[in-house]
Design a protein around this ligand. Structure first.
Ligand SMILES: [Zn+2]
Length: 247
């Protein structure tokens, strides 16, 4: 155990050890705030530490790369919600405005700003609630528009729509043909959001990722690889805003 402290001190993030009866080999997982090393119960802690030690330069390189990417991400959320911060919406940063003119909180998405009106003094919790409802509505409306455009071309329709936060998925098509989409897509440029919807709708016809599936995607959206490239570059930066709870 005495070798633990110097090792931890050199890691860029805290290390967590996990044992799982189902795991067959030692694995390493890098999360935003920690590193998890996991393995089967019979493996000693010393062996897990040795594994981490061996991968240390890989860990450092990845964490540095992630920090750099987050730093350059053009659509990041502000730390706090207050008037005049910038909020990402459809690939742009809009200014968040607040005005005390309406009895109920109302949210308006405009060309250069997102405006919240409410007769109360500014309240960050109420504002965050209004904001997330507004984002969810905008995202849902947009998906419905995409469906109205693309479903007749595919000849098939999803059985339902669920727009919500998903930790590691952009979208998916359930076995019952319900379309699930991550609302954070509304922060990305329109063509990226559109591509994810086209991708999932194409699964109505082809469940796999075979050549016929990709031909279908390309037929609906010939330049879809641009969106894939965007997601490859920036998708890992999709995050819930620090001032919002999971929805
Ligand atoms: Zn797919």
């Amino acid at each position: 155990m005495s070798s633990m402290l110097p090792l931890l001190a050199l890691l860029p993030l805290p290390l967590e050890i996990k044992y799982s009866a189902r795991s067959r080999s030692i694995r390493l997982k890098l999360l935003d705030h920690k590193i998890i090393v996991s393995g089967p119960p019979h493996v000693s802690e010393a062996k897990l530490f040795a594994f981490v030690e061996e991968k240390k330069s890989w860990i450092n390189a990845h964490v540095t790369q992630k920090k750099q990417r987050d730093l350059h991400y053009p659509l990041a959320w502000p730390q706090n919600l207050e008037p005049l911060v910038s909020l990402p919406f459809l690939g742009k940063q809009l200014v968040f405005g607040f005005s005390q003119v309406s009895e109920k909180p109302l949210l308006f998405f405009e060309e250069t700003q997102i405006l919240l009106t409410h007769f109360m003094p500014f309240n960050p919790k109420l504002a965050a609630d209004a904001l997330i409802q507004g984002y969810l509505k905008q995202a849902t409306d947009l998906v419905n528009q995409f469906c109205a455009h693309y479903c007749p071309q595919i000849g098939l329709w999803p059985s339902g729509l669920k727009v919500k936060y998903q930790k590691s998925l952009y979208g998916s098509l359930g076995s019952n043909n319900t379309l699930h989409l991550n609302w954070l897509l509304i922060t990305a440029p329109l063509f990226v959001f559109e591509y994810v919807v086209v991708h999932e709708l194409s699964h109505l016809k082809h469940r796999n990722h075979g050549p016929r599936f990709w031909a279908q995607v390309a037929k609906l959206m010939p330049n879809y690889t641009e969106a894939e490239n965007w997601l490859r570059q920036w998708g890992p930066c999709f995050k819930l805003p620090p001032f919002m709870q999971e929805t």
